[in-house]
Design a protein around this ligand. Structure first.
Ligand code: FES
Length: 143
């Protein structure tokens, strides 16, 4: 089968879909490969991600990876969310077909963008190399 049971489960019953009113951080990213869009909302309390939701205009693999990614960072420290890689999310889903790996990058980048937004809004200093260089990047169509 092309997709694992976990991918199908998270695609058909995605966790944490929606929007958080008064979110502490919002990340919106676009996938340069396919043009799909992902938005992630986080609620942060004392450095812990107490709630997370996502909305996507994306394919089934983007939905499944975002669902899994939100499950993996919920209740975790901000630092743990930043350390989450698309590879770890794909592994947790028991794999994705090679041509769908780019979809999982959307989830990772949206989580990172939400954390960056939280840092920016709260005046928290951070290592800029942890985030994509949006100022000079030419790839994102959202600009
Ligand atoms: Fe666009 Fe999967 S094809 S995110």
């Amino acid at each position: 089968m092309l997709y694992s049971e976990k991918v199908m489960d998270h695609f058909q019953n995605p966790r944490n879909v929606g929007k958080i009113e008064n979110a502490d951080g919002i990340g919106e990213v676009g996938n340069a490969v396919c043009g799909d869009i992902m938005k992630v909302y986080i609620k942060v309390d004392c450095g812990i991600i107490t709630d997370v939701k996502f909305n996507t205009f994306g394919c089934g693999s983007a939905i499944a990876t975002s669902s899994m990614a939100t499950e993996m960072i919920k209740g975790k420290k901000i630092e743990d969310a930043l350390a989450l890689t698309n590879k770890a999310v794909v592994e947790a889903l028991d794999g994705l077909p090679a041509h769908k790996i780019h979809c999982s990058v959307l989830a990772e980048e949206a989580v990172k963008a939400a954390v960056k937004d939280y840092y920016d809004k709260n005046g928290i200093a951070y290592d800029k190399s942890l985030f994509p260089d949006c100022e000079s990047c030419e790839e994102c169509h959202l600009k």
